[in-house]
Design a protein around this ligand. Structure first.
Ligand SMILES: [Zn+2]
Length: 314
């Protein structure tokens, strides 16, 4: 299995900060923790590779770039401490080697601070995808919004320049969280497959973070993938529970509209608050069984579980 999005590194950073303030607060690391994702749970869940997002939340007195560098240190430190179980890679491969493969991504293009030269630097750290925005405007563009006018806003000039530069450096453009106007600019400008690492379907649950059917088709046409998000608010309006039946409905819709090659996983584990019927990443085979029972063929499940992500991350 390859999961395109989790926020576990943020959780680990928060636990380290809390521990510094109050020594009684337990330290949570990557090896085992109380979160949705740790190395033990990944192994149990059949993980081949996990994409770890460095989700950069605006912090007072610190630039996004400084916050990013701090999180990168924590990521590297956790990997160094657990080198018997995990290694950072640029491209995941199917292998008999037991080591889990960890891949870096960034959620919040503000890390670039409008500097095109920073793309090469960030690529040199092994970052393979960048979500252009989170839920705020930045130098690249605008986020998803309930306001149709705001939702229609496209990429800024820097955003337009950024797409080819990212592609040149092997960094995949991630449109999750982006405005619809920005999405269509990416679709128009990009020459390589682009992805929505963690988004669901608007046709089944009207939420601005979700994708319209035309958008699902556009991602598929680019050769990209869409990672199924486990956030209950994106799966079923008003629900606080991530139900397996809703995950199945959204996966089936992605398949129907975008075809098997667009399917992927983008759990958003450790970034979501909902009560989960798939309580953590070790339970992912339960979802696979449910999709199989709903009629998804093994070959399609293989594509969704890792085949498509392997193609895009090559
Ligand atoms: Zn997100």
């Amino acid at each position: 299995m390859i999961d395109l999005h989790c926020d576990t590194i943020l959780r680990i950073c928060e636990s380290r900060d809390a521990h510094q303030v109050e020594a009684s607060k337990s330290l949570q690391g990557l090896r085992t923790n109380d979160f949705h994702v740790d190395l033990e749970k990944l192994r149990k869940g059949g993980s081949l590779a996990q994409i770890f997002a460095l989700f950069v939340r605006k912090t007072e007195g610190k630039s996004s770039y400084e916050t990013f560098l701090g999180m990168l240190d924590v990521f590297r430190d956790e990997l160094a401490k657990n080198s018997d179980l995990v290694k950072q890679v640029l491209k995941p491969v199917r292998t008999d080697n037991q080591l889990l493969q960890a891949i870096l991504s960034i959620e919040e293009g503000d890390v670039l601070e409008g500097r095109i030269d920073r793309v090469a630097e960030i690529a040199s750290y092994g970052v393979r995808m960048i979500a252009l925005t989170w839920n705020f405007e930045n130098a690249i563009g605008f986020p998803n919004s309930l306001d149709p006018q705001a939702m229609g806003k496209g990429l800024k000039d820097f955003g337009m320049q950024l797409i080819p530069e990212m592609e040149k450096h092997g960094i995949i453009v991630d449109v999750s969280h982006l405005s619809e106007g920005g999405f269509w600019d990416v679709a128009r400008i990009s020459k390589r497959p682009f992805i929505a690492s963690h988004s669901d379907c608007c046709a089944l649950c009207e939420h601005p973070r979700n994708l319209l059917d035309e958008q699902i088709k556009a991602v598929a046409e680019s050769g990209g993938v869409i990672g199924l998000n486990f956030c209950s608010a994106f799966l079923c309006e008003g629900s606080r529970v991530t139900r397996i039946e809703d995950l199945v409905r959204h996966a089936m819709h992605l398949y129907q509209i975008g075809g098997s090659a667009v399917l992927a996983l983008g759990t958003d584990f450790d970034g979501i608050e909902s009560t989960l019927e798939i309580p953590d990443v070790s339970f992912m085979p339960v979802l696979r069984d449910a999709l199989h029972k709903a009629g998804m063929l093994e070959s399609v499940l293989d594509a969704m579980w890792d085949g498509n992500a392997l193609r895009v991350l090559c």
